[in-house]
Design a protein around this ligand. Structure first.
Ligand code: FRU
Length: 611
């Protein structure tokens, strides 16, 4: 039942110490009750209640009370002195009902008893619209980003009936991490993304952390034939594993009432499961985060799980927590030979600080993972991406044509919350195809290449040149000007007698990214120390280096330049670096130069990109 404000007023005048009222927008009534406690009543048919956010402040606890019952609790960095932006609370599910926010602000917001000064109360507004038009200079033009708000790990990606579903860790109430929800976007071409309402929202067991999804084609869980089943971590006081399912093609999910389906005494999260046709069981990898290992379980129905084994204790990089696993089989060198790949995202402890994707190749018999060893019998540490900004990468389930298509969160926990954007925070990497190759050291490594669908982005071929010698003086190419200079650069360089070939992207403000191919070492470096804005975090300025597996020969390089990122794929994706950059002006030139002798640009192509 909806009680109009007037009646509420009448009731309030009977109280001995009346509440203090703040000035509020139409349809909003603000009453301060006492220490750090305020009621915001909504009396409006509008679609949204817009709440003011100031990122520098701490979270206020916002209890949403509908018809007197607690509906949910969300945490919002309510603005105190300046509104950075507003976030929408969707009122449409409560039309015709009484909606009130019972807000608790922290003690440190005020020294006085009442909460009058604790937030910009007059900036709580009702509205039928929430403007998501892009306001950000650094919003990527051809990478997936959330419409607004914070995003971290990609989750539960599954391909069904021609659609690539991409769920992701989202905060719908601010551009910093909080209120973990599975946001949802989908695409039929891996290039254009449609945004959908949140797929799985926090519930009585906690917020909704990372996880995976798969199609249950045999209805083994009893949720329906071909249901999409999602498994995620319910993060409340403990981290426990829960199921949800969708029978409408991934648009909406039902929460399994028997949750949790898996509990442990220690911290474990980010369930990644798949149907293993060889053992005819569901197989689950769970990150035993603080124990730096992955746990393997099997189940006939996704509801009852049996622990089979653990892998990782003492192996590989052990510095950070182990998170976001993935396990799949791939052909080696495109041949009939196959190997399993176990992805173990770790944070911190990456090769250049912070978050990174470690992986192991090996064998998996359905129960136990046995990692490949090197000549000395040790399990080598391998990294999928030698940039700083590719984390929590996992792959799509049920992708067509045997593809292993994956996507990562294009940021790093070291500074993800500080990057210079505010309407949204973080993008995903370009989708990539994973494959395995044998390197000269006899080890099997993973390569990643941009998904072939991305070629449709190619617009005008602005540079197309072959057979050019370059010296220390360098040769400069103009980058396209359309869409802030976003482009794809493909080149092939024969280092000839040179010892170093340098690729420098620069703008007219003197900001630049310098990439050096060290011919003898066979490495490619990426220096973003003077790439533009870098001082928002001491961990941002960095030089990253990847092996290229070129053996000192030709370097084939593909660069994807977006408004705030560069992805470098060397030698068919054998050496990859994904790095964020925040140039104050778009990079407008590429200069290629050589040291210690001439090098030859065998060919170079630069495409503007259509978005
Ligand atoms: C990795 C991670 C996951 C967790 C999620 C929470 O970035 O820490 O382990 O499920 O983020 O948002």
């Amino acid at each position: 039942m909806k009680i109009p404000f007037k009646k509420t007023f009448a009731l309030m005048t009977l109280a001995l110490s009346p509440a203090i009222y703040s000035i509020a927008a139409d349809g909003v009534k603000v009453e301060h009750l006492g220490t750090n406690n305020t009621l915001v009543r909504v009396d409006s048919d509008a679609r949204y209640l817009l709440m003011p956010v100031q990122e520098a402040y701490d979270d206020a606890t916002v209890n949403v009370v509908v018809d007197g019952k607690l509906e949910r609790t969300i945490y919002v960095r309510l603005a105190k002195s300046k509104v950075d932006y507003q976030v929408p609370f969707d009122l449409s599910p409560y039309k015709g009902h009484d909606v009130m926010l019972n807000i608790v602000t922290s003690q440190n917001r005020s020294t006085v008893r009442e909460a009058k000064e604790d937030a910009c109360w007059k900036n709580f507004e009702t509205s039928d619209t929430f403007d998501t038009t892009n306001r950000e200079k650094y919003r990527p033009a051809f990478h997936h980003t959330p419409l607004y708000g914070w995003m971290n790990d990609p989750n539960g990606m599954v391909y069904k009936d021609g659609t690539w579903h991409l769920y992701y860790q989202q905060n719908p109430y601010g551009s910093k991490w909080q209120n973990m929800t599975w946001g949802h976007s989908s695409s039929t071409d891996l290039v254009n993304w449609t945004h959908h309402p949140a797929a799985i929202e926090p519930n009585g067991l906690g917020s909704v952390f990372s996880g995976s999804a798969a199609i249950d084609s045999s209805n083994s869980a009893g949720f329906g034939n071909d249901a999409i089943v999602a498994m995620y971590t319910s993060a409340g006081v403990s981290q426990i594993q829960s199921l949800a399912w969708s029978t409408d093609g991934g648009m909406t999910f039902n929460i399994y009432p028997g949750n949790p389906v898996l509990t442990l005494e220690s911290e474990a999260r980010d369930p990644n499961f798949f149907w293993n046709p060889e053992t005819k069981t569901w197989t689950l990898v769970l990150a035993h985060a603080l124990d730096h290992e992955m746990l393997f379980f099997t189940s006939p129905d996704m509801k009852e799980w049996t622990l089979q084994s653990a892998f990782g204790n003492g192996e590989g990089a052990q510095d950070g927590v182990w998170e976001c696993p993935d396990l799949f089989k791939l052909p080696v060198d495109g041949s009939g030979k196959e190997k399993w790949v176990l992805l173990c995202n770790i944070n911190p402890g990456g090769p250049f600080g912070g978050s990174a994707i470690q992986y192991f190749t090996g064998d998996f018999d359905g129960k136990t993972f046995k990692a490949d060893t090197d000549a000395s019998g040790k399990i080598p540490t391998k990294w999928l991406d030698y940039g700083k900004d590719n984390y929590a990468l996992v792959s799509w389930s049920d992708a067509p044509d045997g593809r292993r298509t994956a996507i990562g969160w294009m940021s790093n926990w070291q500074y993800a919350a500080e990057v210079p954007t505010s309407q949204f925070r973080s993008a995903n990497t370009l989708p990539r195809e994973l494959s395995l190759f044998t390197a000269p050291d006899g080890q099997i490594y993973a390569a990643s290449t941009p998904s072939p669908e991305l070629e449709v982005l190619r617009g005008k071929l602005t540079v197309n040149e072959s057979g050019r010698s370059v010296t220390a003086k360098g040769r400069t190419y103009q980058l396209p000007q359309a869409n802030d200079g976003i482009c794809e650069i493909s080149l092939n360089v024969d280092p000839q007698k040179s010892s170093k070939v340098t690729f420098s992207l620069a703008n007219t403000a003197g900001e630049h990214v310098t990439m050096d191919y060290d011919v003898k070492a066979g490495t490619l470096s990426f220096d973003r120390r003077e790439s533009g804005l870098t001082d928002f975090s001491q961990d941002f300025p960095a030089v990253t280096v990847t092996p290229t597996f070129t053996d000192g020969g030709d370097l084939e390089l593909r660069l994807f330049v977006d408004r705030s990122s560069i992805e470098a794929f060397a030698n068919g994706g054998k050496g990859v670096m994904t790095n964020l950059v925040f140039p104050t002006l778009p990079y407008s030139t590429l200069t290629v130069s050589a040291e210690g002798g001439k090098a030859k640009i065998k060919n170079i192509r630069i495409h503007s990109l259509n978005v």
